[in-house]
Design a protein around this ligand. Sequence first.
Ligand code: SAH
Length: 341
Amino acid sequence: MEAYQLTESRETRQISKSELIQWLTAEGELQQALFEQARQVRRVHGADAVVLRGVIEISNYCQKNCDYCAMRAVNKNLDRYRLLPERILEIASQIKEANIPIIFLQSGQDPQCDSILEEVIPELKKQFDLSVLLCLGEKPREVYQKFAQLGADSYILKFETSAPEVYRQIAHTPLLRRLQCIRSLQELGYRVGTGNIVGLPNQTLDTLAEDILLALEIQPDFVSSSPFIPNQDTPFEKLDFGDLNLTLNTMAIYRILFPSALIPSVSALEKIQKGGQLMGLNAGANVLTINFTPSKCREKYAIYSKQRFVVSLDHALGTIEQAGLKIANTFSPHPSVAVPI
Ligand code: SAH
């Protein structure tokens, strides 16, 4: 168990790959000790309350062709949609009404969303005083800058894998470009989230350990790990699901290395196994994202799969209760508000 006492502090930068691989592969009692340590770090650093955010998936158009994602540009079997500003603001009012403090706008990499966001972001601040979190892919620095000037607070851009050749094979664009975007976002004053996917082809324990080292280099404000989900109408549709334990171990290691970071327990965990998001909270996560995308659009937003698990407010509140955690301070969500629409 001693081997699993990770050091916090600046020394974390000196963590060796072999040490990380030992933690990544922890099973049985050792894994439980890792999770216990992650929960303790979360407690000690006051990150024990679960932050709720409300996501609206605003467009499934995408310029990219990531082999794991059905929103890839060449997929002709997907009906495409893009929400208009009025619709986004309508849903934002429901997020506000549910007492959820963070609105999370996600989309494929779709430049045509830019003008919509320029209209919407100031209104989200003015009308609802919501914290605005974006996850819209790689964009020119000027676009990130404009969104920040208009009031966007944070941005998630996952590096997905730290292995440049694996990234290029899968996403068909250079990893370096993505990393440069992350750097720009940090320079522009965003709180930045990043992270990896577990279970991509050609990934090894070695590259997974390097993912964690890359996250340490980036020093993000939020960090996440999601298991790979095979997705219909993609080149990866026949592959196996990513490994649940490897993902949970990655999350626990992230927690220990980033004591007060926001770490989501993603819906893909629940897709792999019922109760998966509870397992994520038990491994040190402290964020749940509730889906507010209009039901007609949800299955078209095919990031994980058409039959992805859609997180409702009730499911999130039940999971938090089962984990014995509280909802983050300043607000208490109103369970009687019937979301998602
Ligand atoms: N277009 C944006 C948002 C992508 S979706 C961008 O490129 O950043 C948000 C995240 O979901 C991705 O970064 C990826 O980590 C995760 N994701 C998407 N499809 C997935 C899949 N099939 N399996 C596991 N994770 C997936």
